[in-house]
Design a protein around this ligand. Structure first.
Ligand SMILES: C[S@@+](CC[C@H](N)C(=O)[O-])C[C@H]1O[C@@H](n2cnc3c(N)ncnc32)[C@H](O)[C@@H]1O
Length: 276
């Protein structure tokens, strides 16, 4: 991908998710974060038609057109600010796979309105810490307001790109992410950055849209838009190969539900070897 194409796509993604955040920050009748994401560019992360956005059911997802309902277990989001739940644009529940423990340090790539960071902060408790990184100012404004509303003292939202994380080496025990890596225009850089910021023995618990191996990049582009989390998705073997090149071990990609024909929401797990 040329630098020009990459920059153009990144700006399209940023504009789409800024619109989704504004739908929650400045509510207007009938406009949700998901529908805003849709109206801004025509689609969002992953409806079955590829014409909507991650996280149907939330205001953010309706603003952009979401494809995943009921991502969180009953009661799991109780006590979170409504604005964090309304801004949910994920395609899975990374906390359900990350198996977080008290005292751990967690990083969420593409933290959006902050739902997974706030849930992580709750899970790791006061002796742990949860960071979110996002490139979109409007999402950071929303997430920081949500952290204040939630009274979360062990959470921080950092501005940055997931291809160049604003954290030192070996800063966290766990990396999570919810429907974001497909949006990156430099996925090898994202996988390398996850490896760099993890401690030896650290792990990833990610949800993302992943294509079946037989789908070519052209097939994926035909199934849905880039900003809609479809066209930029890696295939299962591309994910596994990329994780191995970055240095990860014990990697797995498990499909959970269909996002578009041949494309699935998936759980991705891997560990950074303890000797790395
Ligand atoms: C589909 S939303 C998911 C938000 C959140 N993970 C959730 O589950 O609600 C994608 C988010 O990733 C952010 N994002 C996309 N590409 C990014 C990149 N290259 N670097 C940093 N953030 C990015 C967007 O600004 C947006 O907030």
């Amino acid at each position: 991908m040329s630098d020009e194409t990459s920059t153009g796509l990144r700006e399209e993604v940023r504009a789409r998710y800024a619109e989704a955040a504004r739908a929650v920050l400045e509510p207007r009748p009938g406009v949700t974060a998901q529908s805003a994401e849709i109206s801004a560019t025509g689609s969002c992360c992953g409806s079955s038609a590829g014409d909507s956005c991650c996280g149907a059911g939330s205001a953010a997802a309706e603003a952009v057109g979401g494809f995943s309902e009921n991502l969180y277990r009953e009661g799991e989001t109780d006590g979170l600010p409504e604005e964090a739940v309304l801004a949910s644009l994920g395609c899975g529940n990374p906390l359900a796979v990350a198996d977080l423990h008290e005292g751990e340090r967690v990083l969420d790539l593409g933290s959006g309105g902050g739902i997974d960071v706030l849930l992580s902060a709750r899970r790791v408790g006061p002796s742990g810490f949860a960071y979110g990184v996002d490139m979109t100012d409007e999402m950071l404004t929303l997430a920081r307001a949500n952290a204040v509303r939630a009274g979360a003292r062990n959470a921080e939202f950092l501005k940055g790109q997931i291809e160049a994380l604003p954290l030192p080496d070996q800063a966290v025990d766990v990396v999570i992410s919810n429907c974001v890596i497909n949006l990156s225009t430099d996925k090898p850089a994202v996988l390398a950055e996850m490896f760099r910021v993890l401690v030896p023995g650290g792990r990833i618990g990610i949800t993302d849209v992943v294509a079946e191996d037989h789908l070519t990049p052209a097939d994926r582009a035909a199934a849905g838009s880039y900003v809609g989390c479809i066209a930029g998705a890696l295939s299962r073997s591309e994910y596994l190969d990329g994780l191995a090149v970055a240095g990860f071990a014990d990697a797995s990609v498990t499909f959970t539900h269909q996002a578009a024909p041949g494309m699935h929401s998936a759980i991705i797990r891997a560990v950074k070897p303890a000797t790395a």
